[in-house]
Design a protein around this ligand. Sequence first.
Ligand code: ATP
Ligand code: MG
Length: 453
Amino acid sequence: MLKRILGIFQPRSTPSPQIKLQIIPRDNHSVSRKQISASALKVLYRLNEAGYEAFLVGGSVRDLLLGITPKDFDVATNATPEQVRHVFKNCRLIGRRFRLAHVHFGPEIIEVATFRSSHDKGEESEGRTSDHGQILRDNVYGNQQEDAIRRDFTINALYYSVKDFSVHDYAGGMTDIQQRMLRMIGDPGVRYREDPVRILRVIRFAAKLDFNIAPETANPIPSLGNLLSNVPPARLFDEILKLFMAGHGVKTLHLLMQYGLLGQLVPDTAESLTHHTTGSRLIELALQSTDDRVQAGKPVTPAFLFAALLWPPVQAHYQRLMQGHDMPPMQAMHSAAYEVIERQIKVTALPKRFSIPMREIWEMQLRISKRQGRRSTEMLRHPRFRAAYDFLLLREQSGEHLDNMGKWWTELQRANPNVEIDHSLLSEEGDDERSAPRKKRRRRPRKRPPASQ
Ligand code: ATP
Ligand code: MG
């Protein structure tokens, strides 16, 4: 297919030997306007009509070429954000350090970014590094070629034009799409130091797209993984959700472990897993169930995900506090949860709206791991019962011996078909379609967990 590519030419100044623009005409690629959101097309046409260059770029072009439905459609242009705002009434500018234009079409937002360059301008900024050895470069506006080479992977640097429906490929991304290869643009070691999150993006895209990782892109990862400790916890929290909640969690987990990166995200868990195999099985099962739900279009919640991810160290602390310090079970569970969360939030943020229900899932494990006679039926109505019960089943499936309590609760639910079970924790907003419409009911006041985060 690429043999028939027309219009290959060299840009005037070539910043890197990797950079050579290839223009792939409509007949030689599979991106069709029919697959592109009408709003994104409007933005592209209107910018072109106003005399600017405008391209669909990034994940959307990549995904369309791979036959995947894109999550969203991003546009890159040579118009400045202010110029974009003049073209669209329904436009808001966001971002402080680097301004972006958001063009609103009802609930859909098309993000329009001005071409940028991340490369050193002059000698002044050359070799500027942070205390942690991260290379610091300023983001400045640039031309399309500069915009292409500051992107992470060759497959993410493809630009689709509605002027002639061609794809502009500066970094060999089309060949890599065909060869299913994830390849960093530029020197991978330098690019990871510039932004260590790119290390996680390699893993994310390898899992999502089922691509191989080019050897020169993969090789530096094990030795540079520790740069992730310089990434702010809030950004790492976002990344961990993208890694585990996008429908490819099991594969992602295996890749993270293969590249020695799990300890950079959940250090206590990685440490516990070196001693206990049931813990890693539990996490795999939780991720498999998350993947299944995502594939089925059902919502998922970080509370359940983190409950599983952090369970191995919580359980280890809990056992230690019970045995070594003779603490009563509930107090030991409170303290273990507190300790593990305090340590985890130094690495990844974990907003209270997730950490509170997560602790409740853990604490409920103590209450539902024994038969409670008449009170058991009442437990079915507990707002966290469904999540705690699902968690209990995962624990049993992972090899924990819990006196067949999972089966017991399953039978109790069967015997009480009229008891309404709250599924809300299984989804972030409580809008899980598996849940029956919930009636308002009075809840008995529950003790708040100690110290929150
Ligand atoms: P997804 O389908 O997950 O959204 P995506 O490729 O669109 O994948 P985004 O995070 O939305 O990923 O980023 C959009 C584009 O911005 C990427 O395709 C890439 O070109 C560029 N990009 C994003 N993050 C980085 C980064 N850390 N370094 C370099 N380029 C990046
Ligand atoms: Mg995207």
